[in-house]
Each structure stands twice: as C-alpha cells, then as structure tokens.
Unconditional design. Structure first.
Length: 696
C-alpha cells in the first residue's frame, strides 16, 4: 500500500496474541551474536528444498541471448545460482529527483500516467485538461504491481499488466474539485468519471526495437480495467444472497476493481491483481460490526462519488453504488451489497481481450497485498499466499482442492480463466498463527473450524459465502496472529521458502508494549519474515530474514547490521526472479533512512547464503554485504512492481507518486532545480549497456 493512502487506524481490536509478544518470548530462548544479533536466528529450520532436504536444486534457469538490440530469442542455459554473487556494487543513497542505477545500467521512462493506448485518445495534456473518455483509453494513474507476459516466449515482445492504486485529484484535473456552494457536494460529473477511469489495471503491448522499448498503440490486446468495468464473481460469493445488487440481481457480476496494489500470477499464465485500498471508496453511514472491522468510513467516502447518486446524468446507479445504505425493500433494488463484491484477488487473462475477468472470492475478502503461489508439484494442491496490509492484521493462504496437472500450464488454445476456475474456486482458506518456538499453524477458515471461544465458525456464519464476506471476523475468532502490516509475499524458486514483507507499525508502543523484537516505540523500519511448509501443509517453520534499520541505529534496533550501503525501511514490494534473486522494494516515510535516501530496490540471493549444514542464513553483520542497493527512485516516490523479461535482460519497475519527475525519457535525468512538473507515475525500463543479464 502506498504511504499516500495508508490507513493507520487499528481495525483489529481482538485480544489475539500479537507477533511481537511471540517473537519476544522466542528471542529470550536464544543467544545473540554480538553486533550481528540477527545471525542467531538461523536455527536449522531453513534447509534447502521444500521437503527439508539439504540437497540443492542448482538448475535455476537463465538464458543466453544475442547481443543486438532487436528481437531476442530465448535460448536455455543453466547456472548454479546458489553459488553466484550479485554482479554490481551497492550504490549510494540519493535524494535527487531522478533515478540512480549502478554503473553500466540505463533506465528509460515508459508508459507514464495518461499516455494513450489508442490513437483516438488525445495525448496527455500537461494542464490536466484530458477528459474522462481520454483517461479511459490511456494508461492509469499511480502505477503499482506489474507483470510482463511474453508473446510466444519472446523476450522482446510482450504484454505489460500494470496496477493503478489510487487517484490524486489535484494532479488529475485542470482545476480543483468542483463543489456546489449551496449543497457542499461535488457537481462536476466528468471529473468523477475521469477519476473512476484512472484506477484499475492497464494491459498493453510493448516491443523492444532498436531504439528501445515502445508501447504499441491500438494493439488488439490493449485494454483498461477501471472502477466501472464488469467482472464475473466466482467462488463462494457468486450467486449468493450477499452478492445480489440492483445491477446484478442474480449476484453473478460486479462493476469495477479498486485499490489495485500488489499483484501475482498463475502457473497457467494469467495475471492476478489484488484489491487492497478499497474500503475507503465506499461509505456506510450506519456500519455493521463487520463493516467497522473492515474499515469502511462512516461519514463520506474518499472521493465522494456518492455525491452524484441523484445526478440527472447518472447511468444505471454508477455513483449511487458507492453508498451502502439500504434504500429499498430488498437488496435487488439497491446497492447495500455493492462492497461485498470487492476485496478479492482478481484474475485477468492478458492474452485475451474478449473474456470477462474474474474475482476469485474463495481466496478471502480483505485488503490483499499481493498473491504468490507456492512451487507447483504434480499431483499436489496449489497454494497461494497473501498478506492483509493493515496494522495488526493477518497472513493467509489458500489451498486448492484440485491437484496440479502440469499440462494445465500449456493452455494456448484453451480458455485460461477456465483453468482458474479449476484451481481457484474450490479449496480451503487458512490464516496463520505464529508460535514462540519458531513454528506456526495454519488455521482453517471453514464452517467446521473451532474458535478460541469453544464454538465452531458455523455457529457464527450461516454459509460459506457469509464466512468469506466476513473473512476478518472469522480469522479473529480462530486466533490468528496480528502482524506488523503484512504486505507482499514471494516464493524462492530454488528452495520454495516463502518471504513476507512486514512494512512496519507506527502503533507499536502505543497499543502494545515495547519488546526485544521491536525495541522502537514507533516501529518505523519493518522487517521481512520467511517460512517453510512442514509436510502435510498444516504447519510451518519461520524465522526473520532481515530487519530494516538505519545504519546509525543501535545494535538492539539494527539487528541485521545494516550499513550506509544497504540501510532500508518500509519493505513493501517483494519479487523473486526466475534465477532466485530477491528484489526488495521500499515505501518508507518519516524515518532516519528516508531522510538519507529516496525509496529504493535492494537485491540479495538468499539460497546462496547457507551454512555448512545447508541451513539458509538470515542477513547479519557477517554477510550483509550480499544485500546490495540496486536502484534509488526520485523524490517522494514509492518503488514497486518489479518484473522481468524471460531472458532476464530487461527489468521493468514502477515509480509511484513521484513529487517532481519525470523530466525526460531518460529516467536518470534530474529535474532542474526550480522547475515544478505535473508529476506522473511511470514504468522505468532498466537494461545493462552491454546487453547482459540484470543483476549477475
């Protein structure tokens, strides 16, 4: 979640044992190693491979390609990533309005907010005068999660799927938000429609020509998903009483996707966009207990779109739906259930513009921050992991009922969303409990599940759909562990270990006691946790991989021994490339690190860092030089959305909400002092000047 939209209120008021207390007890059982305290966290849990074997899969695939700048055929090659080292030195921090990269790397700006995807849209106007129609045909605002999908396996031709998290009205419009002085309500309906067309997802064709990467306008696969696009509901919510609205009396469809922040993909080649910052778009003036738990505002929505509920030009309740009041005799005649269609992982087939994208409700309803799948194994269920981005919120996983069939990955002539129906509509949703001995339990969220009250969930929820709509309440009842803002998950392709960013918790010390795991009254830096599934899938073993900190902090705070070369805070986006390099993206705010450098990308190869017994070590003072700063973004931004071409020679990364950038197509060109731009989120294309792979 962008720091620009983060809601710091505590919506989870349960008395469930918090992770900080668990970790404090765990640390008391262990011995710290001088300044490198985090080195003590390696306790034999992280054996290479999901089954706990010390054997290493050293066949992580990379590619050998030709060195010209045109089409790049993918040729298979093999390297042992577990014995490799990053091929660049850590770069200095920066506070400039430009992108910093290692020597020998270049970055170009691609597809900034407002660039047309179709020739019949007006080009982006610096004065904010583009219309709602222009915006519907152009790249959305506030780029976030992103994924590159090659066309025919080609690393020089593909589709980019880009999330757009939220709206900055003051940047979007030529003038301020128009307000009727008599009513105090908004009165410019085109402004509201333009905002609705800003969010969602952009899908567009990109190609690498001799002059570099270009967006291909008018490609048949170019399209926008916005807050007004129709989506199919699938899983427990579909066709239930909780999905019924005036727009969809059968409860089969919903309009719009909102708060599209983190992302994921599937083994069969589809894109997952995650609805995260979505409750604020609605208002519930008489909220239920479950709506209060979810965090709906009770006075007005973030953008007051409901102000147009009675507008003469409103079409089919396009604005009335953002107010959740019951105005009629039944749910089929109003929009009391509208928000029940939001808060999900949404599946999009990038290779087909004709199908209706699907909301996979079986994966739970909350503020999803990314969705990563575990390593697929033939004949075993698929697993998807998600964090709920909020203070003291939970970590979830979904386990499919269907077992993995590798032939489902070869679906060029088959509807990919039908494959999604098979694996993502039927399964079991779990929530995590972390225990002090370094183990954890996955608690099932089913009607038969026992609660901490001595009841079963079936006594609190009438149907599976009821439980899914109220996922948070169900997780509260079974005793899940509240965490410090769980965000993106990522799975190591070499070992299968799962990594999760915990961005931080500014309520630490206010709502909970200071402890040895979080010795700061204001937990401003965050950390990254990792775990490995235990055979059977109902339990796991966990440890801390790295703590964010300022290099100048005390040993008690800087437990990973970070230096000026790799200090960071606010770990947010988290992506493994296919070679096993972990790319950490940050969204820091108001701490000692943010005063010294803009947000950044750091890289490390976790599977290459093991002891003699094969245990994966955490980042500590004895090895932290292997965690290196790769990129620094322009001022005011968040860095997010890292994705790669199959040959690993091109990295795409998003720069969200920069304060005064980009100045030119050269992403590293610093905006001249004294010049104030209408700043634009954008994708940056990063390549090595010698044409070789990124990072190694």
């Amino acid at each position: 979640m962008s720091k620009a939209t983060f809601d710091n209120r505590r919506h989870n008021r349960t008395a469930n044992t918090e992770f900080a207390q668990i970790l404090q007890k765990r640390l008391k059982r262990r011995t710290f190693l001088s300044a490198g305290a985090a080195a003590a966290f390696s306790n034999g849990f992280f054996l290479a491979g999901c089954g706990g074997s010390t054997s290493v899969d050293s066949s992580a695939r990379v590619t050998v390609v030709e060195s010209d700048n045109a089409a790049r055929p993918v040729e298979p090659a093999v390297v042992d990533i577990t014995h490799s080292e990053l091929g660049f030195d850590s770069i200095p921090g920066s506070l400039a309005d430009g992108v910093s990269l290692p020597p020998g790397y270049s970055g170009r700006v691609l597809a900034p907010w407002g660039d047309p995807l179709f020739s019949d849209s007006r080009p982006w106007q610096d004065d904010g005068s583009n219309t709602a129609r222009d915006q519907a045909l152009s790249v959305g605002m506030q780029h976030d999660g992103m994924k590159f999908f090659p066309v025919d396996g080609n690393s020089a031709d593909g589709l980019l799927c880009v999330n757009h998290e939220y709206v900055d009205p003051w940047r979007l419009h030529a003038d301020r938000i128009s307000i009727d002085s008599a009513t105090g309500h908004r009165d410019d309906i085109d402004q509201a429609r333009k905002e609705i067309n800003c969010v969602g997802v952009s899908v567009f064709r990109v190609s690498r020509e001799r002059g570099g990467w270009k967006v291909i306008p008018d490609d048949s696969l170019n399209r926008r998903y916005t807050a007004a696009t129709e989506f199919r509901l699938a899983g427990p919510l579909a066709l239930s009483e909780y999905a019924v609205t005036r727009y969809s009396p059968q409860g089969s469809h919903v309009r719009g996707t909102l708060g599209n922040c983190g992302n994921g993909s599937t083994p069969w080649g589809t894109y997952l966009t995650c609805e995260e910052h979505w409750p604020a778009f609605f208002v519930s003036k008489e909220p239920t207990a479950d709506q209060i738990r979810m965090g709906f505002p009770n006075q007005e929505s973030k953008h007051n779109w409901e102000d147009f509920s009675e507008h003469a030009d409103q079409l089919d309740g396009e604005f009335a739906r953002f107010s959740l009041a019951a105005h009629a005799d039944s749910a089929q005649l109003d929009y009391r259930n509208e928000a029940n269609g939001f808060g999900y992982v949404v599946e999009i087939d990038p290779y087909s513009a004709s199908g209706v994208a699907v909301k996979r409700t079986a994966l739970g309803r909350f503020r999803h921050e990314g969705c990563a799948y575990g390593l697929p194994e033939e004949g075993k269920p698929l697993v998807f992991y998600s964090g709920h981005d909020g203070v003291f919120e939970y970590v979830y996983k979904f386990v499919s009922h269907a077992v993995w069939d590798p032939s489902d990955a070869q679906v060029e002539s088959v509807d990919r969303l039908t494959v999604g129906d098979k694996y993502m509509d039927h399964g079991t949703l779990y929530v995590a409990r972390f225990d002090e001995d370094g183990t954890g339990i996955w608690l099932p969220l089913t009607l038969e599940s026992e609660t901490t009250r001595g009841t079963i969930l079936g006594e609190h929820f009438s149907t599976d759909a009821d439980l899914i709509v109220n996922t948070l309440t169900a997780a509260d009842l079974v005793g899940a562990t509240p965490m410090d803002r769980p965000e993106w998950t990522a799975v190591d392709p070499v070992t299968g270990s799962v990594y999760l960013t915990l961005t931080g918790n500014h309520r630490r010390g206010e709502d909970t006691p200071i402890d040895s795991a979080n010795p700061r009254a204001n937990n401003e830096y965050g950390h990254i946790i990792r775990w490995e599934e235990v055979a059977g899938g109902h339990s796991f073993k966990w440890d801390i991989f790295v703590y964010g900190a300022s290099a100048n902090d005390s040993v008690e705070v800087n437990r990973s021994g970070l230096t000026l070369e790799n200090q960071f805070s606010g770990p947010d986006g988290l992506v493994f490339d296919e070679r096993g390099i972990l790319w950490i993206q940050t969204d820091s705010s108001g701490d000692a690190v943010a005063e010294q450098t803009n947000d950044q990308i750091l890289a490390v190869i976790p599977s290459a860092n093991r002891d003699a017994q094969g245990n994966q070590d955490p980042v500590a003072d004895v090895n932290n030089s292997e965690l290196r700063r790769f990129m620094v973004g322009p001022g005011g931004c968040e860095i997010t959305g890292v994705t790669f071409t199959p040959d690993s020679r091109t990295m795409f990364v998003n720069v969200q909400h920069p304060s005064n950038w980009p100045y030119s197509e050269n992403a590293s060109e610093i905006t001249p002092e004294g010049l104030q731009l209408r700043a634009r989120s954008a994708t940056v294309v990063i390549e090595r000047d010698n044409g070789e792979q990124i990072g190694l």
